[in-house]
Design a protein around this ligand. Structure first.
Ligand code: XMP
Length: 305
């Protein structure tokens, strides 16, 4: 366990020293790691920290507004890149290819925006398991931490490099970040794209965004899952308002885990499952069927792609 106050003091000093009198750019996603980095950076160098939030169009419902409000004190640059992501993803159906397209486009956009900030250095929220996982090469994790940029930075500052996730959460508490950030569920870098089987379209993303919001509302407070989500599996036959409908099939997944390497499905009361199914089918016009995924990891992964 870390000594929170000492860690914050050291990290602030590290950033301040590394920055000298230059600007420092960083990618803020709103997850706990990058939020902690932003808070440390702001404490260390104030307005010389240039955080950038790239709205990929693949974020959760209300995410961009949430970030804008949470970080209202920072000079946060919000870049709306949804069109670029949907264009790049047209026709892409292979899961690994999808991740690659998203990861590379993210980096290109971040580079483009970062050049405008006149930053000498890069601040990243890389944590210890990120380093281990990318060294292991398990799957092409699109993570803002450790991204290969074609910009020459004098320094790459990674104050969280030796921390585990639970330690980062403690630091978030020490920095006075909202409880909501401290306990945020993990959300994958490629966003809702890995919760859509096959080609990513605006329609599928809208459907899965609404379904994820309902699942989170129904499950987070009451059952405190390690992670919960909804995914669009494909089309199937249904009947809505007396008309047969070729509608979307939504899978709901909720798991317990400690490190995401393995996971167990939550045993949920049947009425909770029924309520989710009826809310999802009632609120989202194109959905005709909802299923609950009871597969552990392994063999299934937590995300769908
Ligand atoms: P899987 O689906 O492999 O996911 O069981 C394990 C955990 O990692 C998250 N995840 C990602 N996180 N970039 C991330 O930063 C990614 O590309 C990525 N893919 C999966 C997933 O949400 C789960 O918590």
């Amino acid at each position: 366990m870390v000594n929170v106050e000492k860690f914050i003091e050291n990290a602030v000093n590290e950033i301040r020293e590394a920055a000298g009198n230059g600007n420092v750019v960083m990618a803020l996603s709103g997850g706990v790691d990058s939020s902690v980095c932003a808070a440390l950076g702001a404490k260390a160098i104030g307005e010389r920290l240039k955080p950038i939030y790239v709205d990929t169009g693949l974020m959760r419902k209300g995410e961009t507004e949430r970030i804008r409000t949470l970080f209202a004190d920072l000079d946060l640059q919000i870049t709306d890149a949804g069109d670029e992501f949907f264009d790049a993803l047209r026709g892409v159906t292979d899961p690994e290819e999808k991740r690659k397209v998203i990861g590379e486009l993210f980096i290109r956009i971040f580079e483009r925006e970062a050049r405008r900030t006149d930053a000498k250095h890069l601040l990243q929220g890389t944590i210890y398991p990120d380093r281990i996982e990318s060294e292991g090469g398990i799957k092409s994790h699109h993570n803002v931490g450790g991204m290969p940029l074609h910009i020459e930075f004098e320094k790459v500052i990674e104050p969280l490099r030796d921390l585990y996730k639970d330690e980062v959460r403690e630091i978030a508490g020490g920095l006075g970040l909202p409880v909501e950030i401290q306990h945020r569920m993990p959300f994958p870098g490629p966003g809702l794209a890995v919760r859509v089987i096959g080609e990513v379209t605006r329609e599928k993303i809208e459907v899965v965004r609404e379904a994820n919001a309902i699942v989170e509302e129904e499950l987070i407070e009451r059952y405190r899952p390690w992670q919960c989500l909804a995914a669009v599996l494909g089309l199937g036959t249904g009947v809505k308002g007396d008309v047969r409908l070729h509608g979307w099939i939504i899978a709901v997944r909720a798991v317990h885990s400690t490190d995401a390497m393995t996971a167990e499905p939550l045993v949920l009361p049947f009425e909770t499952l029924e309520r989710m199914a009826s809310r999802i089918t009632a609120d989202i016009a194109g959905v005709s069927r909802v299923v609950y995924d009871v597969t552990p990891k392994p063999p299934a992964t937590i995300e769908y792609e």
